[in-house]
Design a protein around this ligand. Structure first.
Ligand code: PLP
Length: 398
């Protein structure tokens, strides 16, 4: 089928909720994707921080194929080794005590919010307030879009679940005013992703931890984007020396196979009894076999040191571009391989820059309309960074 035919077929039948770029992707190899015409693209989006090991990574393909030939799915009413292994690895990595597997980020967050509410009920019936940050992103289910501190995700969907309130990220004083003994949980992305790539300042997360402890509120870190090695540590919270009571993961966890997870302390885990939560697909043997490859690869010290190093190099090259094009690029933000470049030229939209890069063979992303966001496979090298910078330089210099 030709590209035009595929556009036409999709546009006639698929719910038009995405503003799609007009290419049809067919296959991938390493950090490159190919469209149906055979055109090659350097992939600095990685399916939105998903393909952490790149495309067609042989150990992952092998693990998925071998598991599919054994059994793809069994009910969570039974034990499987891939799930037992993946859970043990996440417990060891997180320093938390128990794991639940879901199918997506939103679902992982939904489960985290449910267990937090149930936990707080043990102390007081009105300990229900959940505080999240403006500009955050936590997913598209009714509870998680309510947790998301961006009103445009909520408009028209009212009535929204009750009990959610928002504070400005990086403003510990505002949180100190809002938090109380009625607060059930504070949920934050340690590094805001979708909202424009904002890392935490100074001792912000430590202050948040102290405030949660003072008021008996749980601290939930949404590491769906910042986790799985992206910051240079397996969990971004390890970078900031702050441990949450609950952490959520998804995106890169199975290298592209749909999965989500939340990890909790033993104390919090006690809030759920058999029957209180569940899932048909979540953590099935296929997804967990894929997750096991990621969990055997990314936490390796050398792997994480590579992310840190190539991330530093990438950031320095972005700062060079900022110096060359000060009228177009403002602040460069981020850690490891979650980097953002603030666009400052009102005459040139982010979408236009993304489209220009695509024409020249690079897939990048623009979030909140004005921030170029780079969340590539974690296996990129300095040569890939140079290739992207050259393309960006050409586009910005036009
Ligand atoms: C992507 C994302 C989600 C939602 O994940 P889905 O798999 O799309 O439901 C939640 N939180 C953060 C921080 C994310 O980046």
């Amino acid at each position: 089928m030709t590209e035009e035919k595929i556009f036409e077929r999709d546009e006639k039948n698929y719910l038009p909720v995405f503003k799609r770029y007009r290419i049809v992707l067919e296959r991938g190899e390493g950090v490159y994707l190919y469209d149906v015409n055979g055109k090659k693209y350097l992939d600095f989006l990685a399916g939105i921080a998903v393909n952490v090991l790149g495309h067609n990574y042989q150990p992952l393909v092998k693990a998925i194929s071998e598991q599919a030939a054994k059994v793809i799915h069994v009910s969570n009413l039974y034990y499987t080794q891939p799930q037992a292994d993946a859970a043990a690895k996440l417990v060891a990595l997180s320093g938390l005590d128990r794991v639940f597997f879901a199918n997506s980020g939103a679902e992982a967050n939904e489960g985290a919010l449910k267990i937090a509410r149930k936990f707080a009920k043990k102390f007081s019936a009105d300990k229900t307030q959940i505080i999240t940050a403006w500009n955050s992103f936590h997913g598209r289910t009714l509870a998680t879009l309510t947790a998301t501190g961006q009103p445009h995700y909520q408009e028209g969907l009212e009535p929204l679940p009750a009990g959610f309130e928002y504070v400005h990220f990086n403003d510990a004083a505002e949180l100190a005013e809002k938090i109380s003994d009625k607060t059930c949980a504070v949920m934050l992305e340690p590094i805001q992703g979708e909202g424009g790539v904002y890392p935490p300042k100074d001792e912000y997360l430590k202050k948040v931890r102290a405030l949660c402890d003072k008021h008996g509120a749980l601290l939930i870190f949404d590491e769906i984007q910042s986790g799985i090695g992206r910051s240079g540590k397996f969990f971004a919270y390890q970078k900031y020396g702050v441990k949450p009571d609950i952490v959520t993961l998804a995106k890169g966890l199975a290298g592209g196979v749909p999965i989500g997870a939340f990890c909790v302390t033993e104390e919090v885990a006690q809030a759920f009894k058999p029957g209180d939560h569940g899932t048909t697909f979540g953590g099935n043997p296929l997804a967990c076999a894929a997750a096991n490859v990621v969990l055997d690869t990314v936490p390796d010290e050398k792997f994480l040191a590579h992310v840190e190093e190539v991330g530093k190099y990438f950031k320095s090259r972005l700062i060079d571009l900022q110096k060359k094009y000060p009228a177009q690029i403002g602040e460069i933000r981020g850690e490891g391989l979650i980097l953002g470049a603030q666009l400052t030229n009102p005459k040139r939209s982010g979408v236009e820059i993304v489209n220009e890069c695509m024409k020249r063979g690079a897939i990048i992303n623009c979030t909140v309309g004005t921030v170029l966001r780079f969340i590539p496979p974690l296996i990129i090298t300095e040569a890939h960074v140079d290739e992207l910078i050259k393309i960006l330089d050409g586009v910005l210099g036009e």
